[in-house]
Design a protein around this ligand. Structure first.
Ligand SMILES: Cc1cc2nc3c(=O)[nH]c(=O)nc-3n(C[C@H](O)[C@H](O)[C@H](O)COP(=O)(O)OP(=O)(O)OC[C@H]3O[C@@H](n4cnc5c(N)ncnc54)[C@H](O)[C@@H]3O)c2cc1C
Ligand code: SF4
Length: 341
């Protein structure tokens, strides 16, 4: 599949990137119908492991591609004395996977990263690209010819949803592995734009809409992820359902962090991915687990709560029922494992 024509911009600093974004993010682009996910005239290229295949499928046809790979200040894992760690948006997934510091203090993140795609894709792919990853659907991640034959859909070029016909909402599933782990760690993100730099909790970044899934203006870019000190040293696990064990997107993913004291749960959080249009924290999980001994029954109750939070639809391979059931099973297993080591 050939790439659409575009102009390549290569900034060397964040300031230069923001300057390009201010000038070119409102350009023409190639549009067939208004669609928030694809309407940007400029696309940011980090590792390109998702953007380039998507451009080949003509899901994005930007006039400009902003290649941020040469911005050194966007790379690196920087522990901050007494206030956690910052991770540059352009840091390779492999660097995170092999970071002794992160493995020691923020284990759930390194666990989740290690399950992404394959070693080669983790060398190329970045944490910023993973957080900003487009939502996925069987009706969307297809070639232009395929989508045209089906009459397109709301997320790109059309006005109907094949998954929930009659509705006006896109339910494409958010399918990146690190966000549920980052949500459990109470991560914040830093975003740069013409108005300066803003910081927001990651939990406020996603909208829950499949076709307009993140709160990022076309003239903004993600610069850093911040993990707070208070989230360090939790026990953490990530469990993922996929078809090919060696290289595949999650079809259901569960991240769990837990701190215990005297054999009782002191604090715990559960994050989900690939079963909703946004990664989510399971509401009520902390309250359910806090102060109790983690028995089989309690882990099962938490699994039930997680399964209720999951709303998988026919956007992905495997049935929604099976994916929801695996959320229940993984949550229970992950909690019991976290409590036993
Ligand atoms: C075969 C295959 C298997 C895969 N399996 C998985 C998997 O198991 N789990 C998983 O999570 N992912 C998977 N992926 C997707 C992808 O490899 C990863 O999500 C990776 O982390 C994306 O990072 P990237 O730097 O390559 O992003 P890019 O492809 O460069 O960008 C992805 C999106 O994020 C935007 N973006 C990137 N950086 C920024 C930034 N700093 N600010 C604002 N916007 C930005 C881009 O504009 C684009 O919309 C897979 C991909 C392939 C091809
Ligand atoms: S959920 Fe519906 S609108 Fe969204 S990508 Fe799938 S078919 Fe298209």
């Amino acid at each position: 599949m050939s790439l659409p024509q575009f102009r390549l911009l290569r900034p060397r600093t964040i300031a230069e990137a923001v300057d390009y974004l201010s000038k070119h993010s409102e350009g023409k682009g190639v549009e067939r119908a208004p669609s928030p996910a694809s309407s940007t005239a400029l696309r940011i290229l980090a590792g390109g492991t998702d953007l380039i295949p998507s451009m080949g499928q003509k899901l994005f046809e930007p006039e400009y591609v902003l290649d941020i790979r040469h911005i050194a200040e966007l790379k690196g894992i920087h522990p901050q004395q007494g206030s956690g760690v910052t991770i540059g948006a352009l840091t390779a997934l492999t660097a995170i996977e092999h970071s002794n510091f992160l493995r020691q203090h923020y284990l759930v993140l390194t666990e989740a990263v290690a399950t992404i795609a394959s070693p080669v894709l983790r060398n190329m792919g970045t944490i910023g690209g993973n957080i900003c990853l487009d939502t996925r659907c069987l009706w969307y991640n297809q070639s232009l010819t395929w989508r045209k034959a089906c009459g397109f859909c709301i997320k790109k070029d059309g006005d109907l949803c094949h998954v929930a016909p009659g509705g006006a909402k896109c339910w494409a599933a958010f399918s990146a592995d690190t966000p549920p782990a980052l949500l459990c760690l109470d991560a914040e993100i830093e975003i740069a734009g013409p108005a300066g730099t803003r910081r927001l909790p990651l939990r406020d970044f996603y909208t829950g809409l499949g076709d307009d899934y993140r709160k990022l203006q076309p003239n903004e870019l993600l610069t850093r992820v911040v993990l707070p000190e208070k989230s360090a040293d939790y026990r953490g696990l990530y469990r993922k359902l996929r078809i090919r064990g060696s290289i595949d997107y999650p079809l259901a993913g569960v991240a769990v962090v837990m701190r215990r004291s005297n054999g009782h749960v002191k604090d715990a959080r559960i994050g989900l991915t690939a079963v909703n249009p946004a990664p989510v924290l399971v509401k009520g999980a902390t309250e359910l687990l806090e102060g109790k001994q983690l028995t089989e029954e309690l882990a099962e109750a938490a699994g039930d709560l997680a399964a209720k939070t999951a709303k998988p639809l026919t956007t992905s391979a495997l049935t929604p029922e099976y994916r929801r059931e695996m959320i229940r099973v993984f949550t229970k297993r992950a909690l019991l494992a976290a409590a036993s080591n």
